[in-house]
Every structure is written in C-alpha cells, then in structure tokens.
Design a protein around this ligand. Sequence first.
Ligand SMILES: Nc1ncnc2c1ncn2[C@@H]1O[C@H](COP(=O)(O)OP(=O)(O)OP(=O)(O)O)[C@@H](O)[C@H]1O
Length: 350
Amino acid sequence: MMPPEQENTNTSTTGNTGPSSIILTNWTETVTVHAEPSLSSSISNMSSCSAQDQGLQGQQEPSLSRSFTILRASLRPVTLMFADVAYSVCLSTKGTGFTSGEPKSARAVLNGVSGVVRPGELLAMLGPSGSGKTTLLTALAGRLPGKISGSITYNGQAFSSSMKRRTGFVTQDDVLYAHLTVLETLTYAALLRLPKKLTREEKIEQAELVIMELGLTRCRNSLVGGPLFRGISGGERKRVSIGQEMLVNPSLLLLDEPTSGLDSTTAQRIVATLRGLARGGRTVITTIHQPSSRLYRMFDKVVVLSDGCPIYSGQAGRVMEYFESLGYNPGFNFMNPADFLLDLANGKLK
Ligand SMILES: Nc1ncnc2c1ncn2[C@@H]1O[C@H](COP(=O)(O)OP(=O)(O)OP(=O)(O)O)[C@@H](O)[C@H]1O
C-alpha cells in the first residue's frame, strides 16, 4: 500500500507560525495571569499571542523579558523531510553472538518510510508494537547508530551539531533522579542546559515558568521518587521529562510514547501541550499507542507503520477518505480513526 500523497518538498514554514510568535510569549502571560493555570486554557492562547506579547513587554521584569528574548532568538523553524528511509539490524543466526565468525542475518526494521513535517505541525506515528515507531523516531532525532538508507533532511541539510542543539528528545523511559523534587530537577536542568548568556536567576525563572506551563505547581516540592519509594504520579513524571526538554526551547521536539500509561484526561492535556508547542513555531513528532479519537483529532499529520512499512503518511484528517477510496470501509460512521488504522496495520481488515 502506498502513502497517499507525495508532499511538496519546499522548505517554507506553514502559515503564520514563524519564530516571532512562539510559545514563550504564553509563558510570560501565564506568569502574569494565573497562579496554577489550566493547561488547556494556557495552551489555547499560544498561537495568537504575539500582539499580547508586545503589550506585555513593557510590564515585564527586565530579567524575564531578557531571558525570553534570548530563548526566543534560539528558535529556528525546522522543516523535517524523510524519504524512503530504510534501516536493518544485524542478527546472529546461531549461538550467543559473542564470537566474530558467526553468520549474521539482517532484519529490516524500517522499509521505505517517507513524510514531511513543517514548523507548526504535530505529527503522530502510529502502529502496532514492534512496527518500528521508536526506530523511526530515533532516526529522525539523529540518534540511530548504523547505516540508514534514504534521506532525512532538516531545512534541506543533513543532521548537524547545530541541529542537535536545537533538538529535544523525550525517551519512553525517563532518566530522573528519585531524590530531587520537581523544582530541583527542572532548576538543575535549567542551570546546566540554558545558555551562558542567561544569569542564574533568569535560568531559575525559566524552570518556574515551565512548572507553571505544564501544570506542575501542585507537586513542585514533591520528590520525583522511583522504584524504592513513591513520588510524583506517572503523568507528572512524563510532564517533568517533557519540561526538561521544553526548558531549552527546542525547534524540533521528538517524544516517544509521552502518553503511555496515563488516563485519558492527562493524555489529552499532554497532547494539547504538544500541539501548543507546535503552534508556537516548533516541529513536533510523537509516537503514540492507541490514541482516543479526541487525541487523534489534535494531530496534523500521521505516519502509520505496519511491520516497518508505511501504510499511510499524510494529513491526519484525510485518512478515512484515503482508505475508503481504496475500498477499506470501517462500516460505520463514528469509528475512532486510530482504531481503524491499527486494525489495518495489524492486518485485521482485508
Ligand atoms: N538493535 C536492534 N536489534 C534487534 N532488533 C531490533 C533492534 N532495534 C529494533 N529492533 C526490532 O525492530 C522492531 C521495531 O522496534 P521499535 O522499538 O522501533 O518498535 P515500536 O513500534 O516502537 O514498538 P513499541 O510500540 O512496542 O515500543 C522490533 O521488532 C524490535 O525488536
């Protein structure tokens, strides 16, 4: 099955999302308006706040507007294009694999995957377990070892160290220190990762802003916790991990299963956050398992993988129309498109 559209390969940004109207405007607004903002309401303001931002500039503390300007300047629109991406892993055919003379066989993990994501867009990768979502995400983040065939470009260029600095990657398994509080975790991340141009106070301020933006105020002084003692909840952990990447204001943000194990309301808040980050001028890509139709509607684009092969890559809203044109009919009108796609990817619909 072929992807439905060969997307135009020019690298211009979409619509009105440029570096001049980014999420950080919302952070300042949140600080001035809410003690503990509702995430969805703060997110809903994101894409339209450049005018408000200008209005607020005069009222802000000097340090806040300075750090805001420095971070805003670091945002660069990134158009990510991947074409015909294929990747194989070497497997030992017998024995333990510890001796170099053993015969090896290759297993294709990705096969001919293409797509394009522009600034302002949120792309979701769907597919059954083992279909290659994490492998593709890791490849797009420039972190996959070994040879990848096909092409992956960032504004038409290969992955570079400057692109690496502008990329945020949230892995499925977080690496957080159990004995630190949420505030300490994000403050240390800010002190270590924010540019030297910012003062210590400005960096701490950014950590506080991210806490508010992600609705973590209630647990800001709670220990993160771990396997040996209980700390913050699973959803809060995910948001702390996302916050660590949000702090550095990445232009390209990739997340592996940010909603796994979460209730539908928390999952919706996280996807709303991601959409808000995209609308602020970023390029956002996430893998996701079994999204509800409410979540599905928040995606701009989807790539659906089945055993490493793409069965769809394009606009999320046109998926049903595309498969209907191929003769695949869900049979009733109110089906969650994600359920339909996963049935297709699992080979349940013939
Ligand atoms: N280095 C490797 N060595 C062997 N097999 C690998 C390697 N990397 C990936 N695979 C295999 O490739 C397939 C795709 O893995 P991947 O983690 O990308 O799937 P996924 O769609 O993200 O799965 P899940 O939803 O369960 O996380 C799996 O069958 C996995 O076992």
